[in-house]
Design a protein around this ligand. Structure first.
Ligand code: EPZ
Length: 421
């Protein structure tokens, strides 16, 4: 397993390109199952999760060609010859469950392994299942697999999501595009990745309104055609790299960044004393005068503060002036970066879903362990401003969601190198 060695450095300077969104691409790729015609995604990120989704779609019989060094994913699911999404692929990446809705819509049956829990939580699928059942699916859990069928095809329905689940909204939205009649999704997730999926589905001929709001309305159509769609900018990579100059000082321009993707996050940065300026190319970030101020954060569904930026924000709060309270309301176990930051000298107390961080002057480098995708990058951010050297182990977590992190941060002046296992 590779490790990444980081040595504390001074202010950062330069530009950093923001890639296409992992969490958009992972729902856009299964959409190819909805049509016999080719779906091509441009601005795709080069990540191991995308390779895993490629492996899954290929196992179902889809053709996926990764072009232009992975920035283009040309897909065709003309010959789907397998309707089983195997456990050994699904367990690697929970988003594999997003093939369920499209497969049912296209084939009328599907067998999809339950993903099982992951480091940050149990990750159940009850909201996905209830939504698809409302559209007419019959779903049974057997031997860890969901055995699903929809005799006669999906029929439109009004669905009320108990929680604004991103994945459930995506599975139901994709399924409803080929349902007979109208589907309403109430309390739908409002993330930019949902809007991106709806935009792609409309390009394929779907009739969808209200995406980006909590009420989405879909008029089912008989079939969808092919399309070419650009993956939306990754707001979580954007927020992550906006924190690099916030933590280290200096000034960094995040190319492709847009304020509307990170609204609530930027409000918290402003409160903490970080300056964000919109430029013609993206977002330029620098510290205002003096030390970063501690701020309180509560994670919420979009447009609230994203749970996927909680760990990275904690890294900033470790050396802020004052005490910060971070509340994690989306996942039940998303503070595993805290013990690792404590090893670096951070003062953090975790009680259930609340972490209280008392800022210290400076952290000290130490060997630390990556535990999940966003926790691992928070350790890199903290290490860049720490005294001495930090070794981050198990960086395969990092490679799931951040392309070429050591190159991108190294170009800004960070002292960061990968050590091959
Ligand atoms: C998506 O996961 C993202 N992943 C996550 O990003 C992100 O943290 C999450 O949305 C919230 O924004 C992808 O898009 C691939 P949810 P998803 O369904 O769809 C509970 C990252 O780091 N829930 O909105 O799984 C669930 O347990 C990843 O890039 C149910 O109870 O998130 C969780 O507590 C991590 N029943 C909460 O809802 C269900 O049927 C949010 O889950 C579904 C979800």
């Amino acid at each position: 397993m590779d490790s990444i060695i980081v040595r504390g450095n001074g202010p950062l300077k330069g530009q950093i390109p923001i890639a296409g969104a992992k969490n958009a691409c992972l729902t856009l790729m299964p959409a190819t199952l909805l049509s016999e015609e080719p779906l091509t995604l441009t601005n795709a990120p080069r990540l191991s999760d995308i390779a895993t989704m490629t492996e899954l779609l290929s196992s179902l019989g889809a053709e996926v060609s990764s072009l232009q060094d992975g920035k283009v994913q040309a897909m065709s699911s003309h010959n789907i010859n397998n309707h089983v999404a195997e456990y050994d692929i699904v367990r690697k990446m929970r988003a594999s469950n997003l093939v369920l809705g499209p497969m049912l819509a296209r084939l009328g049956h599907a067998v999809v392994s339950l993903p099982g829990g992951c480091a940050i939580g149990a990750r159940p699928m009850d909201l996905h299942i209830h939504g698809l059942e409302a559209l007419g699916a019959e779903i049974e859990l057997k031997d860890g697999y969901l055995h699903a069928k929809v005799p006669g095809g999906f029929k439109g329905a009004e669905i009320n999501l108990a929680f604004a689940s991103v994945g459930a909204t995506e599975n139901i939205l994709m399924a409803s595009t080929l349902a007979k009649g109208t589907t309403i999704i109430n309390n739908a997730a409002r993330e930019p990745e949902i809007v991106d999926l709806a935009t792609c589905l409309r390009a394929m001929g779907a009739q969808i309104e209200g995406d980006g709001t909590s009420r989405i309305e879909v008029q089912g159509v008989d079939r969808l055609h092919g399309a070419t769609h650009p993956v939306v900018t990754d707001r979580i990579e954007l927020g992550t790299y906006m924190l690099a100059p916030a933590i280290c000082g200096g000034e960094v321009e995040c190319l492709g960044g847009r304020i509307e993707l990170v609204g609530a996050f930027c409000e918290k940065l402003d409160e903490a004393g970080i300056h964000v300026e919109e430029t013609a190319k993206g977002l330029k970030v620098s510290r205002k005068n003096g030390r970063v101020r501690a701020v309180d954060v509560t994670t919420e569904p979009f447009p609230g503060f994203p749970t996927d930026l909680q760990a990275q924000m904690m890294a900033l709060m470790c050396t802020a002036e004052g005490t910060s309270v971070l509340e994690e309301k989306i996942f039940e176990n998303r503070f595993m970066h805290a013990p690792e930051l404590i090893r670096m000298g951070a003062e953090i107390e975790v009680h259930g879903g609340t972490a209280t961080v008392t800022g210290v002057e400076r952290l000290k480098g130490a060997p630390v362990m990556a535990t999940d995708l966003r926790a691992s990058v928070s350790l890199i951010l903290a290490a860049m401003a720490a005294e001495g050297e930090t070794i981050v182990n198990r960086v395969y977590h990092l490679d799931r969601g951040y392309e070429r992190v050591e190159e991108k941060l190294g170009n800004l002046g960070a002292h960061i190198e990968r050590v091959k296992a």
